[in-house]
Ligand binder design. Sequence first.
Ligand SMILES: NC(=O)c1ccc[n+]([C@@H]2O[C@H](COP(=O)([O-])OP(=O)(O)OC[C@H]3O[C@@H](n4cnc5c(N)ncnc54)[C@H](O)[C@@H]3O)[C@@H](O)[C@H]2O)c1
Length: 274
Amino acid sequence: MSNQLLKGKKGIIFGALDERSIAWKTALVAVAEGAEIVLTNAPIALRMGKINELAKACNAQVIGADATSDADLDALMVKSMEVLGGKVDFILHSIGMSPNVRKNIEYTNTNHENFLKTLDISALSLHRVLQAAMKADAINEWGSVLALSYIAAQRTFPGYNDMADAKAVLESIARSFGYHYGFAKKVRVNTVSQSPTVTTAGSGVSGFDVFYNYAEKMSPLGNASAEDCAKFCAMMFSDFTRMVTMQNLFHDGGFSNTGVSSLVIESMKQPDNA
Ligand SMILES: NC(=O)c1ccc[n+]([C@@H]2O[C@H](COP(=O)([O-])OP(=O)(O)OC[C@H]3O[C@@H](n4cnc5c(N)ncnc54)[C@H](O)[C@@H]3O)[C@@H](O)[C@H]2O)c1
């Protein structure tokens, strides 16, 4: 059921690859809630993914942009404002990729060229997006920018590899840029720290199945789905959250504040040998 929470609002959504993507679900919810959107992804993802299907369902235009290219992002801001007929009210940064994770290279024996790419694609890209938006004055006052994060920014999850460091930088950029954009234009910037979710990026992390099940057992509400995350993002784009900025918001069914659960204790019990 739609509440038209985003009626009259315009936005740019990065990162919808296929129907499992958090960005894909967020695009559908945003449009159902009354928003008009532009979809964007890296040129290679436009060729390999299914974004045109989503564009049709959302009545949206697709504008390619590599989030590590300032020129692409500058052009994206200008074209989005042309297509949407004015400035935007929200931006979703739903981008992550680690060549080290992809190639199963261990954290303690990393390839530093890859590591730099991880940081550029998964973290600095948020800075690039915000800088391009500010330069083009592309976001209305009280606009809302969200990026997706994971709790490995605060605590170690070994399989998450260099993505953990990227998420720590991402969350810091949200605070730092949020400060400047808040004072300059009343634009808010937050990160959403989401439960493990079955998507292309998520499933690429080594041991994903095990920690997905572990998080499910640890979280009082269970793992948050991509659909639930999309609804949370829509609320964060709405005027109901206009005083929230520079925060990392856990959307994880309570995982982040649970020390241990009885379900996990049960699963650790040794069989009685006596
Ligand atoms: N899936 C999970 O378990 C989980 C949990 C917490 C946070 N997240 C985060 O959610 C976000 C979205 O990931 P997802 O799980 O929906 O997976 P996904 O694979 O569907 O989305 C990742 C997106 O990043 C895009 N991307 C990669 N390189 C890019 C570039 N250079 N320029 C522009 N776009 C680029 C991909 O094309 C893809 O659309 C990521 O930041 C991810 O780290 C995911």
